[in-house]
Design a protein. Structure first.
Ligand code: FAD
Length: 451
C-alpha cells in the first residue's frame, strides 16, 4: 500500500451516505475550518425537500449529487483502509489524511443468506437496477425477511408469483403489530397501477460501492414476466437450504419446498465497522456489530465519532430508540457534526431534542404510516400497558400505546390527522385516564380538550 499524498483537515468524515453528508453539510454551517469527506463513490446522497408532518416527524427526498458540486467541502474518492487513532491519521489506498476530529459514517451491508448469484440483496442503485433486470425474466421468486424492504417489494412487484418467507405469524413485524398487519392483508395481491419506470441518476463509481438507497428507491412499479401477481406467505418458518440445478430450489424448515427464479435476501444489515486500527487499538463493538457510541456520538477512541447505520447507540431515552433508518441517519449525522464542533471548541453540549421521540414516516401498501415513540410497546410489560385502537377498513388504523394513563407510542395508518396530537401527548406526558373513551371517538373533536 502506498500512501503517496498527505493532506489534512480539521474535520474528516468517512462515507457519502445520508449520515456522512448530513454531518459534512452541518459542519460547514458551524465552521470555516477545513472539512474533508472521504467517499468510496464520486456520487453522494443529499437530503432534499424535507416535509415535517409534526414538529419532529419528517419525511424527505434523497438526491444523488456529484462530489465536485459540494461547496466548501474537500473530498477524497477512495476506501478507508486503516486508522491510526493515536497519530490521528486516516489511510486510504493512496492518501494519508491528518485529522483533528473524525466521524465514521460507513453505513451497513445487507446480510446475505448465502453468497450465490441466485441470492440477491438490495443495497444501492446498482443492485436495484440488477434486480429489475432479472425480475423481468422471472415468474416466481422467494423473498425472505419481514422488514421494510420485503414489505415494499411485496407491494411494488407486479406480474410475478411471490413466496414470502417470514419467521413471525404476521407480516411486517419490524414496523407493525398483528392488528395493523391484518389491516393490510387485503392489499397483498393488489396489482399496482403506478408508472413503470424508476428514474434515477446513474452512479459513475464502481459497482457495489454506493451508499444505501434513498426513500425513492421503489418509486415505480416493477414487473416480472408472469401473467398475474400472487403472494403466498409462509409464516413462522425460515430457510433450511437453497440449491440450484436448472431451477433454484428453496427448502423451508416447515417441510415445504419451492422452485423459483431467484431469492431476495431481506434479512437485515450488518454495520460496516471492520476498519483496521493501528497501535493495537480497537473499537468497542456492540453485539449487532455496530461501533458503540455514547450520547455525544463518541466512540471509545479519542476524537473519533460515528453516526448512522454503522453505529450502535449505547443510550436510549424514554420514547426514543435506535433503528437503522433514513431519518436517524440524518439526525445522527447532524448531531455528530454539532458534537464534533463543540468538542473541538471545548464548549458545553446538550443532547439534541430529536432524540426525545422516535419518529418514522413511511408508506406501506399505498397508505401513509406514521410511527411515534414506543409504537409497538417496545420494552413494556404486557400488564404495564394499555392499547386504544380505532380501525376503519380500507381507510385508517390508529393505535395508541398507554402506560399509566399516558400515551407513550402511536401507530397512525392512513390520513388520520392525529399525528400532532399524539406527538404532544407523548412529549408532554399528560395523564389522559379520564379521556380514554373519547380520545379516539371520531365524533368528538379532541383538540378542544387541550385548548
Ligand atoms: P449508507 O447510506 O450505507 O452510506 C455509507 C457510505 O459509506 C457509503 O457511501 C459507502 O460506500 C461508504 N463506505 C463504507 N465503507 C467505507 C470505507 N471503508 N471507506 C470509505 N467509504 C466507505 N430506511 C428507512 O428509513 N425507510 C425505508 O423504507 C428504507 N428502505 C430501505 C431500502 C433499501 C433497499 C435499503 C438498502 C435501505 C433502506 N433503508 C430504509 C435504510 C436506510 O437506507 C439507511 O438507514 C440509511 O441510508 C443509512 O445511511 P448511512 O449514511 O448511515 O449509510
Amino acid at each position: 500500500m502506498s500512501n503517496d499524498e498527505e493532506i489534512e483537515a480539521t474535520y474528516v468524515i468517512v462515507g457519502g451516505g445520508i449520515a456522512g453528508m448530513s454531518c459534512a453539510e452541518t459542519l460547514r454551517l458551524y465552521t470555516k475550518d477545513p472539512i474533508l469527506l472521504i467517499s468510496e463513490s464520486p456520487t453522494v446522497k443529499v437530503v432534499t425537500n424535507i416535509k415535517f408532518h409534526t414538529k419532529m416527524a419528517a419525511g424527505f427526498d434523497v438526491e444523488e449529487k456529484c462530489l465536485q458540486t459540494l461547496r466548501d467541502i474537500k473530498f477524497v474518492v477512495g476506501e478507508v483502509i486503516s486508522i491510526d487513532s493515536v497519530a490521528r491519521i486516516v489511510y486510504t489506498n493512496n492518501v494519508k489524511i491528518n485529522y483533528q476530529k473524525l466521524c465514521l459514517c460507513t453505513g451497513a451491508t445487507p446480510k446475505l443468506l448465502d453468497d450465490k448469484d441466485y441470492i440477491i440483496a438490495l443495497r444501492d442503485t446498482h443492485s436495484v437496477e440488477y434486480f429489475q433486470t432479472i425480475l423481468g425474466q422471472a415468474s416466481q421468486i422467494v423473498i425472505v425477511g419481514n422488514g421494510g424492504i420485503a414489505t415494499d417489494l411485496v407491494y411494488k412487484l407486479n406480474d410475478v408469483k411471490i413466496i414470502w418467507v417470514i419467521k413471525d405469524n404476521y407480516i411486517s413485524s419490524h414496523f407493525l403489530d398483528a392488528g395493523a398487519a391484518e389491516f393490510f392483508s387485503n392489499y397483498l395481491n393488489a396489482t399496482q397501477v403506478e408508472p413503470k419506470v424508476v428514474k434515477r441518476h446513474r452512479y459513475t463509481g464502481e459497482k457495489g460501492t454506493g451508499a444505501a438507497l434513498g426513500p425513492d428507491w421503489h418509486s415505480g412499479v416493477m414487473f416480472g414476466n408472469n401473467k398475474n401477481k400472487e403472494v403466498i406467505i409462509e409464516y413462522t418458518t425460515s430457510i433450511k437450504s437453497i440449491s440450484k440445478d436448472k431451477q433454484t430450489r428453496v427448502e423451508l424448515e416447515n417441510g415445504k419446498t419451492y422452485e423459483c427464479d431467484f431469492v431476495v435476501s431481506a434479512i437485515g444489515v450488518t454495520p460496516n465497522s471492520d476498519i483496521e486500527l493501528k497501535n493495537n487499538k480497537q473499537f468497542d463493538i456492540a453485539p449487532d456489530n455496530g461501533i458503540k457510541v455514547d450520547w455525544k456520538m463518541e466512540t471509545n477512541l479519542p476524537d473519533i465519532f460515528a453516526a448512522g447505520d454503522v453505529c450502535t447507540t449505547e443510550w436510549k431515552s424514554d420514547h426514543w430508540f435506535q433503528m437503522r433508518l433514513w431519518t436517524q441517519a440524518r439526525q445522527m449525522g447532524i448531531y455528530a457534526a454539532k458534537c464534533m464542533f463543540h468538542r473541538n471548541a471545548n464548549e458545553a453540549l446538550y443532547q439534541d431534542f430529536c432524540f426525545e421521540l422516535f419518529t418514522h414516516v413511511t408508506t406501506f401498501f399505498g397508505f401513509k404510516v406514521i410511527l411515534l415513540g414506543l409504537y409497538n410497546a417496545q420494552g413494556l410489560e404486557k400488564n404495564d400497558c394499555e392499547l386504544l385502537v380505532r380501525v376503519t377498513d380500507g381507510q385508517e388504523y390508529v393505535k395508541l400505546v398507554l402506560k399509566s394513563g399516558r400515551v407513550v407510542g402511536a401507530v397512525l395508518i392512513g390520513d388520520t390527522d392525529l399525528e400532532e396530537m399524539c406527538e404532544n401527548l407523548i412529549l408532554n406526558q399528560i395523564d389522559i385516564s379520564n379521556l380514554k373513551d373519547d380520545l379516539l371517538d371520531p365524533n368528538i373533536d379532541i383538540e378542544d380538550y387541550f385548548d
